[in-house]
Design a protein around this ligand. Structure first.
Ligand code: A2P
Length: 284
């Protein structure tokens, strides 16, 4: 069962399953049940974050699944209030204590410090200090892979000036109607794997007529079409569902191929479903 999903290789040589189960907005009270159900459905990659406020329950669900920890790929993220060297190390300790895990497969910087909040060069210094702690955790083997989330090319360029280890991953908003092709191309050119958060546009794109027509053509649901589109771009998809049948459905995307024409048609959809959270402008 461990090879249930295709994997891709990261720039540090480790492998990551191409579909992960997202836990954002999963209420803490039901998170252990949902995570266990997701693992039963076949997910072997769980995407968490400290700010989701459900890591103890996610950890409980992982344990209840009875799948060996070594067969799971578990990600978490350090929240924005814990940037800086010492703060990151403390935040990591809390996350692995909450999850009751010995290590993380992947630890991400949730959002870059940006110029709106940290003018002049302050954002650069803060991101560099945060990243030094990430490198420490990687050197200690506590975070097997390290990466970032919501970083734009200028944040990555700035980080590269002081980093000893390049980010393995950049997790970004990516779905039909929010196709950040320049950012994706930048990441691929720099050997950074891309993960898609909200691959279904948080549900906001699931009534689109063009997507419905294309999905019907393949006799699949719009959700399956969106996930397949993400995968065919070489990107890791992190769909969320609280419903076991939809969890299962979202994994069943290996038995059809979207044609080049349909891929282009989806690429070119006008903006829709965008979260509105721009990494240079957010103030949280
Ligand atoms: P639900 O939990 O009731 O299944 P995203 O992953 O882009 O953030 O989107 C998550 C949203 O999409 C949730 O509201 C979820 O609702 C819904 N969703 C997830 N999978 C499916 C699916 N296969 N069909 C319809 N809606 C889905």
């Amino acid at each position: 069962m461990s090879d249930i999903r295709p994997k891709i290789q990261l720039n540090d040589g480790r492998e990551i399953p191409t579909i992960g189960y997202g836990t954002w907005l999963t209420p803490a009270a039901e998170a252990h049940v949902r995570v266990r159900q997701a693992i039963e459905a076949g997910y072997r990659h769980i995407d968490c974050a400290a700010v989701y406020d459900n890591e103890p329950q996610v950890g409980q669900g992982i344990r209840e699944s009875n799948i060996p920890r070594s067969e799971l790929f578990v990600t978490s993220k350090v929240w924005n209030t814990h940037r800086g060297f010492d703060q990151v190390l403390r935040a990591f300790e809390k996350t692995i204590t909450d999850l009751r895990a010995d290590y993380l497969d992947l630890y991400l910087v949730h959002w870059p410090a940006n110029e709106t909040q940290y003018p002049s060069d302050a954002w650069r210094h803060l991101n560099a200090a945060t990243w030094r702690a990430m490198e420490r955790l990687h050197d200690e083997g506590a975070a097997k892979s390290i990466g970032v989330s919501n970083f734009l090319p200028h944040h990555l360029d700035a980080l590269a000036l002081t980093a000893n280890i390049p980010p393995a991953v950049n997790q970004i908003e990516f779905h039909p109607g929010y196709y950040q092709s320049d950012l994706v191309q930048y990441c691929f050119a720099n050997s950074i794997a891309v993960e898609a958060w909200s691959p279904l546009g948080s549900g906001r794109i699931l009534n689109d007529k063009t997507l419905a027509d294309i999905a019907n053509h393949y006799n699949r649901t719009i959700a399956q079409l969106c996930i397949r589109w993400v995968l065919q771009h070489g990107i890791i998809a992190l769909p969320k569902s609280l419903n076991p049948a939809r969890m299962q459905q979202n994994l069943s995307v290996d038995d059809f191929v979207i044609s080049d024409n349909h891929m282009r048609q989806i690429d070119q959809l006008p903006e829709m479903g965008y979260s509105g959270s721009h990494p240079d402008k957010v103030t949280f």
